[in-house]
Structure formats: C-alpha cells, structure tokens
Design a protein around this ligand. Structure first.
Ligand code: 5AD
Length: 481
C-alpha cells in the first residue's frame, strides 16, 4: 500500500482534520511516511486566514512539484482544507502537477479520491461541494498519531504509547461574518454534531487512555444553537433526552449542556475548548467554570482590538467595556484562570489612537499569552474593500510595539509562578531534550522537568516551579497536598 505524508498549516481545527484524514488512510492500509521525500502521496492541509499562510502552502507545492515529481512522477500531490475550498480548480490551473483539491466538507472522501487517482480511473479531482452531515465526519483518531509525526507511528514493531490529549471536533463553520475573516466562506455555515455523538467519541478516547480533551470548532460558543432540545440529543428518544437533561437544566446554552455531558465521562481528567466568541460567553458558561472541576481554568478569548470604533467596523458584536467585564467575571469565578487572546493590528482605518487603546487593553487585561496578527486583506471579505488600508510598514511597526507589551506582561506573569506548587498533566518527553518531560498546567502553561520516567506520561503530577523563561516554566516533581 502507498505511504502518505500530510503537512498541516494553520489552526488546531486543521490539525484535527489532518489527523482524521491520516486515520482514515491508515485504516485503508496506507502507512504514514516520516517525510515528503519518501511519500507516495503528499497532502497539504491549508490555511486561508492570512495571505502569508496561503503563499507558504503554494510555494511548498511548487517545490514539491519541481523536486519530487521530477524524480518520482507517480507521486500524488493534493491540497486539502481552507485554501482548497476557496480556490478550487484555480489551484490546478496554476499548478498543473496537483492531482487533488479537497474542500473542507470533504475530508472523509480523501481515501476514495486517492483510490480513483492511484488506480488511474481519474486524472484530477476537485471536490469542494457542500455536503450535508459533513460536520459529523471528523471522528476518526489516529491514536498513535503523535508518534507517527515523529517518524512512522507503529511501523517497525515498536508500538508507541497512546496519546494523553485529544482534539474532538464538535461543530464546523461560522455565521459571525467578522468583516476581516474568510472563515465563513471556507468553512461554511455553522453546523453541529449531536451531544450523544460527541460524548460517544469522548468516551471511546477516555477508554483508550486519553486524559484531556479539547472540544474544537470555529465558534464553539455557537454550538448547537440551531438545534431544538430534542435534536441536540440526536432527535433522541424521550428517555435518552430525559437522561441527559437531568444533568443540566435546559435553560443552559447547548454548549454548556455539552460540557456537562462530557464532564460525566469517567477517566477524563481535563476539558478544554477553543475557539469561543466573547459575545457567546454567557453567565451559564462562567458559572460552568465554578461548577465543573474538570473544566480547566483557561480561556482563549479573541479580542481583536481594544478600540470600540474598530470593534464595530470588525462586526465583533461586543464593546471594550463588555469584554473587560467578561474577563472580570471569569477571574472572579476562577482567580487562577489563564487568559489568551488573538489581536489584529492594522485593520483598515486603525488610527494611532485606536492602536493605543489596544495597547492599553492588553495592559489592563494582562493576558497570559496573545497571538498577534498583522491585518491581511482576504478575498470577498467586506474589510478588504475598505478605504484607508494601513500601510504594511505601519502594520509591522504596530506588531512590534504590541509584541513588546505582550512579552513584558507575560514575562511578569510567568515569573510569578516561580516558587509555587502546581498540578500538571504529563504529556511526554520534551521534543528539544528527551532527558526531560513536559506537561501543562490547568491554566495552559507548559512545564518542563528533568525525568526519563516514561511512566509519568498521562499522570497528573505536582511540580514546584523553579524557573521561568518566555512562555515556558521549569520545575521539580513534588507531592501536592
Ligand atoms: N488578517 C489578519 N488576521 C486575521 N485573523 C483572521 N482573519 C484575519 C485577517 N484577515 C486572525 C484573528 C483570528 C485568528 C485565528 O486569525 O485574530 O482570531
């Protein structure tokens, strides 16, 4: 059987989609190639959020076509995911070596498409159509996937340990239509899986040793919004919905009902989710942090800007004041909560004053981590057509100024951990130095400690933090009271 190499660009949702495709291909007998140079099939799972990500994937494919196809003309080359969805046939017109273009609702068709191409039944396939029900097709896990990334998975008779953490896709698409964002066009309308379907997947993962699950979607706080209470439970029998609704009063949003249901699963120790939208962060979700011990004290809350004027132009649906009030409520519910964010600099029309409001918001919130994005004009999005596009040089300058503030705040926050005892979930050996292990705190900070004890993997463990560097803590194992 052929071997496949998948390279992923972009977010955790893309990583999850790649994992599901890899699992699908492995189930059909494919092996996972450790690098593109030895693979029979090379798939690039792409990101369209910024032009830079698209250009990187295009350049990679150009190089693959020039270098790998030249020596091994039988190699199959494909684009999947967001850029495949938004550019479609154009990708083959531009790069005729590409055999397959598979959109965001078609990941589950990857194996069939490759079969057709490899068997010579079809020369090129472009499949970017909408597909009802596709939101429930990202469900297969490559349980030894982490090891596969490090060189061949279970190949060679050595069976690596199962993973400690897993991503579970709960919904697809976004209806928010932020004016800068291409996601509604690449991922489509919001579509959710049912609670029993998601719980079954999480339960299976827990039975296989997974301790921490991250629930994923483009806008998870909109999870299940279009469902009736019965549909949320799979149009379930009255007894099934009564069973689950006994866990959570129905006045709660579907997302909080899902959290309640996942929380019940034995063996799971921690629950995370990403990405929520601040406007969907209702009191029921804040209250869930106080009520559900497995829901870790960590929140990724994309703010995008500190200026009300810009937030309105972005169509974000909240003000600076409401965002700050939300942070305050979260910190009241869980004082230790780690808060990260996404911020765009250089949105069209962003003035120096607007930007300074973003700087002051960053200082006021004291984010633990922030991902800064220079605004990038995206096809078909309203903001791309706005006058007053900010010059590239100014976007870069603002990026640097904000980065300095974010780094300074984070350094102070990380430093405060030194001397403290905290709980981590041990994920495995450090990639940089295998004589060390890494884990994560509940508030999502990476902790590195000296150990070659592989059986620590998957355990909740106490550590005393001895040192902090940028975005990493170092510690020694201790017994927690
Ligand atoms: N330009 C720059 N950054 C963007 N993002 C989304 N669209 C754009 C764009 N056009 C950022 C947002 C989002 C993150 C995933 O990517 O900050 O939260």
């Amino acid at each position: 059987m052929p071997s496949v190499y998948i390279k992923t660009y972009g977010c955790q949702m893309n990583e999850r989609d790649s994992e599901a495709v890899a699992a699908q291909l492995v189930a059909k007998g494919y092996t996972l190639a450790p690098s593109a140079t030895v693979a029979d099939v090379i798939l690039l799972n792409t990101c369209s959020v910024r032009d830079l990500a698209e250009q990187k994937a295009l350049r990679k494919m150009e190089n693959l076509a020039a270098e790998i196809r030249r020596d091994r003309p039988g190699v199959v080359l494909g684009f999947m995911g967001c850029m495949a969805q938004s550019r479609g046939q154009e990708l083959i017109d531009r790069l005729p070596d590409v055999d397959l273009v598979l959109g965001t609702q078609k990941f589950h068709r990857a194996a069939d498409c490759l079969d057709e191409i490899i068997a010579g039944r079809r020369d090129k396939i472009v499949d970017v159509a909408e597909e009802p029900g596709s939101e429930a097709t990202i469900r297969e896990h490559l349980l030894y996937g982490n090891a596969a990334k490090n060189g061949g998975g279970a190949v060679g008779g050595h069976r690596p340990p199962p993973p400690v953490t897993a991503f579970v896709s709960i919904m697809q698409g976004c209806n928010q239509y932020c004016t800068f964002c291409i996601v509604p066009y690449t991922r489509g309308e919001e579509r959710s899986r049912t609670i029993p379907d998601i719980v079954a997947e999480c339960r299976q993962l827990a039975a296989q040793g997974v301790k921490e699950i991250t629930l994923l979607g483009q806008i998870v706080t909109s999870y299940g919004k279009r469902f009736s209470q019965a549909e949320l439970f799979g149009g379930a029998s009255v007894s099934a919905s009564r069973l689950v609704s006994s866990l959570a009063p129905p006045k709660q949003t579907p997302f909080v009902q899902l959290l309640d249901a996942v929380h019940e699963i034995d063996g799971l120790e921690r629950i995370r989710f990403t990405a929520p939208h601040p406007k969907g962060y209702g009191d029921d979700l804040i209250e869930a942090y106080a009520r559900l011990p497995k829901l870790v004290e960590s929140a990724h809350l994309p703010v995008q800007s500190g200026s009300d004027r810009v937030l309105k132009l972005m169509h974000r649906g909240y003000t600076r004041e409401r965002y700050l009030a939300l942070i305050e409520k979260l910190r009241r519910a869980r004082p230790e909560i780690g808060i990260s964010t996404d911020i765009i600099v250089g949105f069209p029309g962003e003035t120096e004053d607007d930007f300074e409001q973003t700087l002051s918001l960053a200082r006021e919130v004291e984010f633990d981590q922030a991902y800064i994005f220079k605004y990038s004009q995206r096809r078909d999005t309203p903001a791309a057509g706005l006058p007053e596009q900010v010059p590239q040089k100014l976007r870069e300058e603002r990026n640097q100024r904000l980065l300095a503030v974010i780094n300074e705040i984070a350094a102070g926050k990380y430093q405060k951990f030194v001397g403290r005892r905290t709980q981590i979930l041990v994920e495995g050996p450090s990639r940089k130095n295998p004589a060390r292990m890494t884990g994560r705190t509940r508030c999502n900070k990476i902790v590195v400690f000296d150990s070659v004890e592989r059986e620590h993997r998957g355990r909740l463990m106490g550590v005393k933090i001895t040192r902090a560097s940028s975005f990493t803590l170092y510690g020694d194992p201790v017994i927690l009271d």
